[in-house]
Design a protein around this ligand. Sequence first.
Ligand code: P6P
Length: 349
Amino acid sequence: MKLSLNEFIWQQRSDERLQRVAPLLLAIAQSCRLIAGAVRDAALNNAMGAAGSSNIQGEAQQKLDVISNELMMAETRDLVRALASEEMDEIVPCNPDSDLLLVYDPLDGSSNLDVNISVGSIFSILATPEPAGDLAAESFLQNGRSQLCAGYALYGPATMLVITTGHEVNGFTFDEHSGLFMLTHPKLRIAEEAKEFAINTSNARHWPAPIQRYIAECQAGSSGVRGRDFNMRWVASMVAEVHRILLRGGVFLYPQDSRESSKNGKLRLLYEASPMAMLVEAAGGAASTGAERLLDVQPERLHQRVPVILGAMNEVALIEGYCRTAIAESYLESNTLHKGHALLETQFQ
Ligand code: P6P
């Protein structure tokens, strides 16, 4: 007999974080159910296509980006002190009596909507650092290890909700008949070895050398240094990629590159990288910028971008090693020998 999300929360009574966020999590689940319906019926309701506006990243907003943002905000605003969204430049103060913050990407991968490819919502729940009272955007600038709960909804052949409070990852499938999210994928774990890599290889000429080296070795397969073949996937929907990695392993990369627009990577730290890093690490994987673990990155701006390398522990460690070696070699070349030697020592401890 499968547990509903409500029954799961009741069963997990000893998980204090889960109990603290439960009402908000149920509201998020309800908003994801509504977003799934809006995505499913968009073409029937003339809700496809561009909204004629753009977000703070300068990306054209789809009508469904705006609709999803409003659905998420309407369901959650009474349960949070403030919320922040990819689709809104500034934070939105809400209930002064709440001690929770919600930051989210209401519809990730929305460029796939008009070709009917899976998209998703990503969310992160934080505690308010201040006691009751006014709040500023700075309250959201907490590193990924501060998250109370992180998760995503995937709008695919099935609508799924995948959540963690840090110690395990559980997946729920929406049941149209009961109107409930049912526990179908308990305790998801990521294998340490990967057979698949996910990266947009059209950007290869812009990548830093360590990333070019890693991907070339995967492409060389059994005839190269890795001694085994790899497969490649690229859905251009981070939620779909992370979900695949949670279920069958692999590694996902959206690195920084030499273009001005991607010098800090493309993905956003607070509402894409941090929640996905919490999920991946809670499932036994790793998540890194290449230079440091994503959960350790200290946010400086609400919508800041960050390089993302996440998935199988051994693959991420190998890539981090290549990145650190490259940094050490640059120190050595620039005659800051002590830094280069120090970095190489930490790498091989
Ligand atoms: P590209 C979607 O726009 C997104 O933010 C992620 O979901 C996805 O992994 C990435 O961008 C796709 O980027 O450059 O391949 O279109």
